[in-house]
Design a binder for this molecule. Structure first.
Ligand SMILES: Cc1cc2c(cc1C)N(C[C@H](O)[C@H](O)[C@H](O)COP(=O)(O)O)c1[nH]c(=O)[nH]c(=O)c1N2
Length: 228
């Protein structure tokens, strides 16, 4: 074994205290997708910067950091986005079987206008040139990296008392046109953000009877695929 020439850059991994560990799991377990509980108060710039810093700390394939964050506070743009959502949602209703349409219609699936801030998270596939370490055999890895950034932001927001709602019921071209996003850049997420003082204890879709959490044990296989 050669000695590691970068050994001087290694730092002690450090222990998380019991309280720190508990805080991490609490953020993960109590994070919620928020549609309606947003308070109107604007989010301070330094707080938004911390959330974006958390997103920007995410892992990314070949360290390409393919994300951009479009901050949308303009009420007119958020109104237009909600209109785009409504059009897409009318199409979505028709895609479900008859028996679930009424329940679907009763669900609130966005908080675009209520939340004071929206963030559109995009993925630029050209950020690190055409051949990217780790993306060579799967072109989707840049988008997966961007999703990691979204999740970091979502968890940091939970710890800051900020609710986040992911809205994906849009025609891509509507969001692209509204925000001037070039065709080569992928739209990954429209996030609604605002302070919250109440959060559901369970996923809203579970509470409202759409779909329940699966048992974890049935999702774990040993050594090889063991399902259908
Ligand atoms: C990629 C992606 C896309 C969407 C979502 C999530 C993710 C990961 N979710 C939120 C989703 O419904 C929610 O995460 C689950 O129901 C679980 O609830 P909690 O996030 O645990 O509260 C979501 N929710 C919603 O009301 N409208 C939407 O368009 C979407 N789209």
């Amino acid at each position: 074994m050669q000695p590691d020439p970068f050994a001087h850059a290694l730092l002690p991994a450090g222990e998380f205290s019991k309280a720190e560990r508990a805080a991490v799991y609490r953020a993960i377990e109590t994070r919620r997708d928020v549609r309606d509980q947003f308070l109107p108060d604007p989010l301070p710039d330094d707080l938004v910067k911390r959330l974006l810093g958390a997103a920007h700390s995410a892992p990314s394939v070949g360290f390409m950091q393919p994300w951009n964050f479009i901050l949308i506070r303009d009420p007119a743009v958020r109104e237009a986005a909600r209109a785009a959502f409504s059009r897409a949602n009318d199409e979505a209703v028709e895609m479900f079987p008859d028996e679930s349409r009424d329940l679907y219609r009763s669900l609130k699936l966005e908080g675009i206008v209520k939340a004071p801030l929206s963030i559109c998270v995009t993925c630029d596939p050209d950020r690190a040139g055409p051949v990217v370490l780790g993306r060579t055999h799967n072109p989707r890895m840049d988008a997966y990296s961007t999703v990691c950034a979204v999740q970091n932001l979502w968890l940091a927001a939970r710890a800051e008392g900020v609710g986040v709602g992911w809205v994906s019921i849009f025609r891509d071209e509507d969001v692209r046109g509204l925000l001037g996003i070039p065709d080569r850049v992928e739209i990954v997420a429209w996030l609604c953000l605002g302070y919250v003082d109440r959060l559901y204890g369970e996923p809203e879709l579970a509470l409202k009877g759409w779909r329940q959490r699966l048992g974890l044990d049935a999702l774990i296989f040993q050594d090889r695929w063991n399902g259908r």
